[in-house]
Write a protein that binds this ligand. Structure first.
Ligand code: GRG
Length: 301
C-alpha cells in the first residue's frame, strides 16, 4: 500500500497513470518485427510487471521543471529498456542465476540463454536509437547529445557495468566503505540519477534545478538499493517477484550484511530525508517526488 503525503494526493494513482503512459509508448517502440523471437524476448522482460520507477521519475522530473512529457518519453522508455537488459543479464546462470523475475520465469528460463543474452544486447543497442529517433525535433541537438552521452555513461563501465563487476569481484570478501559506496552508486544509483537529470535537461530548466535533482536522484538510487537489500532479507518470493535470500547465498556485500538490519533501516530514513531536503533547496514542488521518497522507506517497514 502506497501512502500519500498530502490528503489530496494519491501516489498510487499518480504513478499508475504515468506507468500506463510509459507502457503505451514501450508497446509502440517494441512492436514485433523480424526476427520475431528476439523482439518477443525483448518484450517479455521489458513489458512484464515492473514498477517503471526510473521512467516515472524521469517524467516527473520534467513535469516539476515545467517541461513537456512528449520530450522525455522516448528517453524514459529507453531507460526502462536499459534497466530490463540489466535484469535479463543479471538473472543469467553466470551472474545471479535466478529463475524468477517480476513474478514470472526469468528471460533465459523461457527463451534459453543464447536468446536472453541477445535480447539484452539488442535492448542495449536499440534504446539509444529510440532516444535519437523519437525525441521531438524541437529539442536542441546539443541537449540531445548530452542526454545520449549521460545515458551511455550510466550504461557502461563508468556506470552499471562498473558497479556490477566490482560487486562480483567483492563477493565473499570484506570491502572498505569506498568500494561499497562505489558498488551502490554505480550498480543502482547511476540509472536513478540519469532519470532525474534527463527530465531537467529535456525541459531546459535551470542549473539550480539540475543540481538539486541530481543530488535527489543520487540519494534516491542509493536508498533504493538499501531497500532492495533489506527486502532480500525480509521479503518473500511473492512480494519480491524474485527469489529472496540470493544475496546472502552468493556472499554479496549488501547494506544489511555490512551494517546490519537495524542500521540499514535507520540510514535509509536519513538518506530519504536528505533527498526530500534537496527538493526544498531546488524550489521543486512535486508531491510525487516527495512521496515516492517516503514510499521507499515505508515498503521495508
Ligand atoms: C547495463 C550493459 C549493462 C550491463 C548490465 C547485469 C548488470 C550489468 C548489472 C546488474 C544491475 C542490477 C540488476 C542491479 C540491481 C538494481 C535493482 C535494485 C533492481 C531492481 O529494480 P526494481 O525494483 O525492479 O525497480 P522492477 O522489476 O520493479 O523494475
Amino acid at each position: 500500500m502506497i501512502s500519500s503525503i498530502s490528503a489530496n494526493f494519491n501516489l498510487s494513482e499518480a504513478v499508475e497513470k504515468d506507468k500506463q503512459l510509459i507502457n503505451e509508448y514501450l508497446e509502440k517502440y517494441l512492436e514485433i518485427k523480424f526476427p520475431n523471437t528476439i523482439w518477443e524476448s525483448m518484450r517479455y522482460t521489458t513489458l512484464s510487471a515492473g514498477k517503471r520507477i526510473r521512467a516515472v521519475l524521469a517524467l516527473e522530473s520534467a513535469r516539476a521543471c515545467g517541461g513537456k512529457l512528449e520530450n522525455v518519453l522516448p528517453t524514459a522508455c529507453a531507460l526502462e529498456m536499459l534497466h530490463a537488459q540489466s535484469l535479463i543479464h543479471d538473472d543469467l546462470p553466470c551472474m545471479d542465476d535466478d529463475d524468477y523475475r517480476r513474478g514470472v520465469l526469468s528471460n533465459h528460463k523461457v527463451y534459453g540463454e543464447a536468446t536472453a543474452v541477445l535480447a539484452g544486447d539488442a535492448l542495449l543497442a536499440y534504446a539509444p536509437q529510440v532516444i535519437i529517433k523519437h525525441t521531438p525535433d524541437s529539442i536542441d541537438r546539443n541537449i540531445l547529445l548530452q542526454v545520449l552521452d549521460e545515458f551511455l555513461h550510466a550504461a557502461g563501465p563508468m556506470g552499471i557495468v562498473g558497479g556490477q563487476i566490482v560487486d562480483i569481484q567483492s563477493e565473499n570478501k570484506k570491502i572498505d566503505f569506498e568500494t561499497f559506496n562505489y558498488i551502490l552508486n554505480n550498480k543502482t544509483g547511476e540509472l536513478f540519477k540519469f532519470a532525474l537529470r534527463a527530465g531537467v535537461l529535456l525541459s531546459n530548466a535551470s542549473k539550480e534545478k539540475l543540481d538539486a535533482l541530481t543530488s535527489y536522484g543520487q540519494k534516491i538510487g542509493y536508498a533504493f538499493q538499501i531497500a532492495d537489500d533489506i527486502l532480500d532479507v525480509v521479503g518473500s518470493l511473492q512480494e519480491l517477484g524474485k527469489t529472496p535470500g540470493k544475496d546472502n547465498e552468493s556472499g554479496k556485500n549488501t547494506y544489511v550484511s555490512v551494517y546490519g538490519l537495524e542500521k540499514a533501516v535507520q540510514d535509509l530514513d536519513k538518506i530519504i530525508l536528505s533527498a526530500q531536503n534537496d527538493l526544498i533547496d531546488g524550489n521543486i514542488e512535486s508531491l510525487l517526488l516527495k512521496s515516492i521518497a517516503s514510499y521507499i522507506v515505508e515498503k521495508v517497514r
